[in-house]
Design a protein around this ligand. Structure first.
Ligand SMILES: NC(=O)c1ccc[n+]([C@@H]2O[C@H](COP(=O)([O-])OP(=O)(O)OC[C@H]3O[C@@H](n4cnc5c(N)ncnc54)[C@H](O)[C@@H]3O)[C@@H](O)[C@H]2O)c1
Length: 300
């Protein structure tokens, strides 16, 4: 018995890295999986359908059920076809894991327009487009009187939560994915669909330059293994997570951190419009002695 027996899942960008681990785990928990991957280079160039098929072969060799899909998740036509693939192959869709993407890092003053547009497109639109067609699928089923089981698990990044130097395109897209997660969670609640996001930290080709040297010694737990992320996604996809929506989790090694978003940090409340001089006079009251420089990065 798996926690996802009878469910149908899509994992985007599942031919490699974190998505591959997620597809394998969802299948091991009983889901039938559409393994999507365009098969791009680390910078988003080219295509290679064999990348998705290799993960399908692994799932089938382990006794699971999967089909490959090579659509570009950031195009509406591709995303529509991706959802149709799940319906045609397995009769419906229950779980969408948005994960695909790539990087084109540069300092803001050096970033070219193409690098900015490509990264915003693949992450932000590449999350929205599959979510849109999955939501339409679930809405149609609900309207037809069917009970809907719906889970969307998005992939943000600590870059999007706290900002990272050299990644103004990527951090903006990943921050937007958090906002999109909250919006989709509110929109789809009435259909019984939950929407959450994970911010992983793992050694893949995307993080090779920073984490490539961090390999566990023989027999030790590998804190940086990309497959460490998958159990949290399996949990959020499961029936046990029905009451969890609009939440964000940083997942790395053996740690799952629940992170909370914006909250009121201080206020100046007045009965009339402030003047600049008035705000200058009251700024110490607003901040109440707390630091006002660039916020600390991440979880310590
Ligand atoms: N590795 C980390 O530490 C880390 C940290 C934070 C966030 N993330 C996020 O996790 C996700 C997975 O990253 P990864 O580290 O496994 O990278 P990866 O490069 O190993 O895998 C990403 C996959 O997405 C595919 N892809 C790219 N564009 C696509 C498109 N338009 N349509 C379909 N597939 C496409 C690629 O072919 C690739 O196989 C990404 O969203 C990434 O931003 C990773």
């Amino acid at each position: 018995m798996g926690h996802l027996d009878g469910k149908v899942a899509i994992v985007t960008g599942a031919g490699r890295g974190i998505g591959r681990g997620e597809a394998l785990l969802l299948a091991a928990e009983g889901a039938r999986v559409v393994v999507n991957d365009l098969g791009t280079t680390a910078e988003g160039g080219g295509t290679d359908v064999s990348v998705a098929q290799a993960v399908v072969d692994e799932i089938e060799a382990a006794g699971g059920k999967a089909v490959a899909n090579g659509d570009d998740v950031a195009s509406f036509d591709g995303a529509r076809h991706l959802i149709d693939t799940a319906v045609e192959a397995f009769g419906g869709l229950d779980i969408l894991v948005n994960n695909a993407g790539f990087l084109r890092d540069a300092m803001s003053f050096n970033m070219d327009e193409e690098a900015f547009d490509a990264v915003i497109r693949v992450h932000l639109k590449g999350h929205f487009a599959p979510a849109k067609f999955a939501a339409a699928h679930w809405r149609a089923r609900a309207k037809a009187g069917e009970a809907v089981y719906g889970r969307i698990i998005n992939t943000t990044s600590e870059a999007g939560l706290w900002g990272t130097v050299g990644q103004s395109n990527y951090a903006s897209a990943k921050g937007g994915i958090v906002s999109m997660t909250l919006t989709l969670a509110r929109e789809l609640e009435r259909l019984g669909v939950t929407v959450n996001a994970v911010a992983p930290r793992a050694r893949t080709r995307m993080t090779e330059a920073v984490l490539g040297g961090l390999v566990a010694s023989e027999g030790a737990f590998d804190d940086w293994h990309p497959d460490n992320v998958a159990p949290a996604v399996g949990w959020l996809a499961s029936p046990a997570a029905a009451g969890i929506s609009g939440q964000v989790f940083v997942v790395t090694g053996g740690n799952v951190h629940w992170v909370a978003g914006f909250s009121e940090a201080g206020s100046l409340r007045g009965a009339q419009r402030w003047t600049v001089e008035g705000l200058i006079q009251h700024q110490d009251h607003l901040f109440a002695g707390r630091p006002t420089g660039i916020p600390d990065f991440g979880i310590v």
